[in-house]
Design a protein around this ligand. Structure first.
Ligand code: CAA
Length: 672
């Protein structure tokens, strides 16, 4: 856990707790003992604290939260470091996050390797830096810069850290780090806590007022501001007490539990339980994309950005040109925001080979089909792919609903076929549902899961069924939303329940964005439901400036009198007398039904684990992260309450509706 080595008067303490040097109980205890011994040992003149491996430390051991924390507590260990009469120098050998950075903040000097990143990501776990981060960081960099790091949770580069005063020296080569740190051995001990804070409480309020987006929905950011205000106005010990109180409140709160769940859920999703440990992955050196539409282009960008060459195939020259131009303009828009250099844009574009030659995908190791969502079209594409793809190439379909086994059956190599369902916009949304067909080979699945992670996606395994995990859960939500409107609710009321819950948009706003005409039979004379009526009138959603809502030239949404009249007309036609619909009913029929569908998905083995369903909704649909995802939220809400709600409204649901037996089975105690 802790290694110590003395060279002359310098004692080097190395944090050694793979994989990320998390500051669990044993490491805290070892560090405290090493510091105490060094302070007492007259042969030690200065102390260097560094980390082994690639990281300095990823901070507190998150798996310890929610249980009573064994002594010593990190704030006490850090107080001892700060109070040490001998100079303590942090030699930051790699990324330092959370409690890891707080260790460095408590040291008297900080020397960092140029490639390291420094951050306080606690807010992303629903807490605040609880080991003096909110008190010491403002003393080094001032209120505003500290709040930026603490409230965003985003790490800064070492270059930035040097400019702000967070680190004292930067070293380019790892081999020089300890020598550079030793350069401070003769400097005086310099407690961070004794420094004055630049900035005041008003600066903290100004930061909050200027950054409302960082605060929306989450409780921790407001607590971060309060703690930093304490740093600006109180001596260290009193500020530390404020930080402690806020930390303990937050860590016990529902949001932090949900956000910790999301952290571990994301990492669990990357694991496929039944894959043999020794599965050897296939090499993917070039990716082929069939289709240069919005989806194909977005998918291509993931690989180009990660440095993988892409061959993009289209059937007509104009569409191909348009697709390639869209990729370029997306990159240029990012560059205009300062998030890419022109060189990076050109490097990515240089990896793209647009072509009209279908056979060109013959040199690709993975080919992703992103054509029109129609089984016949997909089958045809896979038949052709089978003829041209090289042996061992992985063939993936970006279908969002269709039967991957039926698609695989059009090839002579169903073991090489799977689904890779990207979410729109595919260069932005992190989720990829990796659809495992009945015959998909283990190494094909393992390769695609690893590749997904490599290009910065969050891949989640799903089995074959209509809509897989995410879109299948949309079905009961959308059906009930429409039925609720027929029975008396307005689209606005239904949507508001969802946006108040924290969803980025409600069911009708989403339909308007995706296109009301998706799945429409395109026969204007056949009007079976409200959606058909909208489609027949050309109200196809945002793209036609009219859907369930009206849209102006800037896509600003407003209530549509036309739709209100249509709804009236439909109710009359169906003999429905509208009634007042409560928000509780909307919750039961559009959110509880999703939990129910998730439970069915789990029972059928379509998802490996409940937390995978949460990951799908968190990363594919913007489900509010502070609730942990639909299944975690459902567990917290209580399955008994959900079953009761669903039973209450069963007679208003379609005949096919059934309550998942899983929801009726005894529920384990919620995670602490
Ligand atoms: N505690 C416990 N386990 C952790 C951990 C932590 N702080 N950080 C990472 N891990 C675990 C992961 O769960 C994962 O475990 P499995 O292999 O069993 O799935 C393993 O370490 C490797 O992590 P990643 O897969 O995430 O590896 P990576 O290389 O992609 O990323 C990382 C490394 C950037 C450090 C990333 O893991 C990360 O962001 N960790 C969380 C950092 C964080 O939030 N720190 C703040 C902790 S709270 C705190 O410190 C409070 C305080 O004030 C005292």
């Amino acid at each position: 856990m802790i290694r110590t080595e003395q060279t002359g008067p310098i004692l080097t303490i190395t944090l050694d707790n793979p994989p990320v040097n998390a500051l669990g109980a044993a490491l805290r205890s070892g560090l405290a003992k090493a510091i105490a011994r060094a302070a007492d040992d007259i042969s030690v003149g200065a102390i260097i604290v560094t980390g082994s491996g690639k990281l300095f430390s990823a901070g507190a051991d998150i798996s310890e939260f929610g249980k009573p924390l064994a002594d010593p507590q990190l704030p006490d260990v850090l107080a001892a470091i700060e109070a040490c009469p001998k100079p303590v120098i942090a030699a930051i050998n790699g990324t330092a996050l959370g409690g890891g950075l707080e260790v460095a903040l408590a040291c008297h000097y900080r020397v960092a390797l140029a490639s390291a990143k420094l951050g306080l990501p606690e807010v992303k776990l629903g807490i605040l830096p609880g080991a003096g981060g909110t008190q010491r960081l403002p003393r080094l960099v001032g209120v505003e810069a500290a709040l930026k790091m603490i409230v965003s949770g985003d790490p800064v580069s070492v270059a930035k850290a040097l400019a702000s005063g967070l680190v004292d020296k930067v070293v380019e080569n790892a081999a020089d780090l300890l020598t550079a740190a030793a350069g401070f051995a003769d400097s005086p001990a310099r407690p961070t806590g004794e420094r004055a804070v630049s900035g005041d409480a008003a600066a903290a309020d100004a930061f909050a007022a200027a950054n409302p987006r960082l605060f929306k929905g989450f409780t921790a950011p407001t607590a971060c501001v309060e703690a930093v205000k304490a740093a600006a106005t109180l001596p260290l010990t009193e500020g530390m007490a404020v930080e402690r109180r806020l930390f303990l409140e937050l860590v016990a709160g529902d949001q932090s539990k949900a956000l910790r769940h999301a952290f571990f859920a994301e990492r669990a999703a990357a694991k496929v339980d039944d894959l043999p440990k020794d599965t050897v992955k296939r090499d993917i050196a070039r990716v082929g994309i069939i289709g240069a539409g919005t989806m194909g282009g977005g998918i291509a960008m993931n690989f180009l950005s990660a440095g993988l060459p892409v061959t993009m195939v289209e059937t007509n020259a104009e569409a191909l040109e348009r697709g390639a131009a869209l990729i370029r303009s997306n990159y240029e828009a990012t560059a205009a925001k300062g998030r890419l250099t022109t060189d990076q844009v050109e490097a990515a574009m240089a990896l793209l080979t647009p072509t009209l030659e279908f056979g060109a995908v013959g040199e690709c190791d993975l080919v992703i089909e992103a054509v029109y969502e129609n089984m016949d079209v997909k089958k045809q594409v896979f038949g052709r792919l089978d003829a041209v793809a090289k042996p061992g190439a992985i063939l993936a379909s970006n279908t969002s609903y269709l039967d991957v086994d039926a698609i695989a059956a059009c090839t002579s190599r169903p073991e090489d076929v799977l689904g890779m369902h990207f979410f729109s916009p595919a260069n932005v949304m992190k989720l990829v549902e990796v659809v495992r067909g009945a015959k998909t080979a283990p190494d094909v699945l393992a390769t695609v899961m690893a590749l997904g992670q490599k290009v910065g996606k969050v891949p989640v395994v799903a089995g074959v069924c209509y809509g897989f995990i995410g879109n299948r859960m949309l079905i009961p939500r959308q059906d009930n939303a429409l039925a609720l409107v027929m029975e008396g609710a307005s689209p606005e009321q239904v949507d508001k329940v969802h946006t108040d819950f924290g969803m980025p948009m409600g069911p009708f706003q989403m339909t308007d964005l995706a296109g009301v005409d998706i799945g429409w039979h395109r026969d204007e004379t056949r009007i079976d439901n409200l959606k058909d009526a909208l489609c027949a009138q050309g109200r196809w959603g945002q793209k036609t400036k009219a859907g369930f809502y009206d849209y102006d030239a800037n896509r600003k949404r407003s209530t549509s009198p036309v739709v209100a009249a249509l709804i009236e007309e439909f109710r009359e036609r169906e003999g429905i007398t509208p009634r007042a619909i409560s928000d509780e009913e909307i919750v039961a029929r559009t959110l509880y039904t999703m939990v129910n569908e998730g439970a069915l998905i789990l029972e059928e083995g379509i998802a490996q684990r409940s937390s995978d369903i949460d990951v799908v909704w968190l990363y594919g649909y913007g489900w509010p992260r502070w609730t942990g995802g639909p299944m975690f939220w459902g567990e917290r809400e209580g399955f008994a309450k959900i079953v009761a709600g669903l039973e209450h409204y069963t007679d208003r649901m379609p005949e096919s509706f059934s309550i998942a037996p899983l929801l009726r089975s005894p529920q384990p105690e919620p995670v602490a």
